[in-house]
Design a binder for this molecule. Structure first.
Ligand code: ADP
Ligand code: ASP
Ligand code: MG
Length: 408
């Protein structure tokens, strides 16, 4: 088999962990597999580099910020290559640029446009082990770019596709994908398998166990991901094509995202084009609007409420300040202490009453729902951030996802 493995921050977080990681790689080579490795920075390192930059400047140039944070991955790649060489393995570290990872020029959230992988395939066929820095590439002009937080997952899947690997093994600090974040609900249970489609919802609704873009790529190219622990080498969770033969529960899991802020613009004269006048300038600033609710206020007027990532709260409020008068709105207000909680499941297509059950469970805990949005396979509510853990646990129990005592 040809395998691309990715090791997250905790799996390369110390020299001891790097030795453990090298053990796993050697094990696969001994079993006759061809291996390429993608590494994250040692845990905490990306945050440390970002805080150094923040000390230097309030508004560092985005090009330099990417050049800075990309260094974290170089340290772990070189250390792991040395550890493997010590054991007689022909391992070589490569930066994103050396590995041939090409991206567009959107610093801090670049998208991979291609991987020039011929040299990597040749090495793998000789049982050499390329150790590639995750999270980074270079744009057409040769500038260093990074792929957004958690981006090493995407590097790994892109590399796996480029070298035509059989599987992309993603090693982390949990032994699989759970029905909800096990850090919040200890009764969460591990899934053996999850479809690309459901995993995409999980990731985009906040389950940071895999970067959303990595799942998008895996789905598009049908590259199965095995998410597993580098601490405990048990079978993890396979993310792959939907298995039609399975009988499904209505809900597969619960996700949450605290990275949310809500803005309401009040009493805008209601006429065609109003939404475009509000959201045009927001989009032009590169801000992603998520949930939108519009309701009638007074006769001929409407209120529009929407959410944005919390990091975009201040710039969005600024845009509203500039916009409000011109649009004839009576005012605007914001709240950056909201969060999103979602229930997800392809089984929802064939089960009725999921929304009602969700709203009932939240009401029973006294959690007020501020906004609601649905798709075919998910229901999302916006609530006050302080109720996130309560809401996640209540929904996990209501949809009978809690692991029975003694199980698993
Ligand atoms: P890495 O540094 O290896 O990329 P991350 O911290 O990015 O690791 O992702 C692993 C973490 O994702 C886990 O420790 C867990 O707390 C969190 N997580 C969130 N939702 C889930 C979920 N549904 N299943 C498993 N882990 C989850
Ligand atoms: N080191 C980067 C981060 O902390 C990329 C990653 O770990 O996937 O976000
Ligand atoms: Mg991660």
């Amino acid at each position: 088999m040809r395998i691309v493995q990715k090791y997250g921050g905790t799996s390369v977080g110390s020299l001891e962990r790097i030795r453990k990681t090298a053990d796993i790689i050697c094990g696969e080579l001994e079993r006759g597999h061809q291996v390429a490795v993608v590494v994250s920075a040692m845990s905490g390192e990306t945050n440390r580099l970002l805080s150094l930059a923040a000390e230097v400047s309030d508004n560092p140039a985005r090009r330099e910020l990417d050049a800075l944070v990309a260094t974290g991955e170089q340290v772990s790649a070189a250390l792991l290559a040395m550890e493997l060489q010590k054991r007689g393995v022909a391992a070589y570290s490569f930066t994103g640029a050396q590995a041939g990872v090409k991206t567009d020029s959107s610093y801090a959230r670049a998208r991979i446009t291609g991987v020039q992988s011929d040299h990597l395939i040749e090495r793998m066929q000789r049982f050499e082990v390329p150790v590639v820095t995750g999270f980074q590439g270079t744009d057409e002009a040769g500038n260093i770019t990074t792929l957004g937080r958690g981006g090493s997952d995407t590097s790994a899947v892109a590399l796996a596709i480029a070298v035509e690997a059989d599987v992309c093994d993603i090693y982390t600090d949990v032994d699989g994908i759970y029905t909800t974040d096990p850090r919040i609900e200890s009764k969460a249970s591990k899934m053996d398998h999850i479809s690309y489609e459901e995993m995409l919802e999980f990731a985009s609704l906040g389950a940071k166990v895999l970067q959303t873009r990595s799942v998008e790529l895996a789905m598009r190219y049908d590259m199965p991901i095995h998410l597993r622990s580098s601490f405990d080498l048990v079978q993890g969770t396979m993310v792959s094509k939907e298995d039609d033969t399975m009988e499904r529960a209505a809900i597969s899991g619960v996700a949450y995202n605290r990275d949310e802020a809500k803005i309401t613009i009040m009493e805008i004269p209601d006429h065609p084009g109003i939404a475009s006048n509000v959201f045009g300038p927001v989009a032009a600033a590169g801000i992603n609007v998520d949930v939108i609710v519009q309701n009638v206020s007074e006769e001929g007027h409407t209120d529009i409420t929407f959410t944005v990532p919390r990091s975009d709260y201040a710039p969005t409020m600024k845009i509203m300040a500039d916009l409000c008068k011109g649009l004839g709105a009576s005012g605007y207000k914001g709240d950056n202490t909201v969060a999103k909680v979602s229930v997800i499941g392809v089984g929802m297509r064939s089960h009725a009453g999921v929304a009602q059950k969700m709203f009932q469970a939240l009401a029973a805990e006294g959690v007020n729902i501020q906004m609601i949005t649905t798709s075919e396979i998910k229901i999302t509510v916006v609530i006050e951030e302080k109720y996130v853990e309560l809401a996640v646990r209540a929904l996990h129990a209501a949809f009978e996802l809690d692991r029975a005592a003694g199980e698993g």
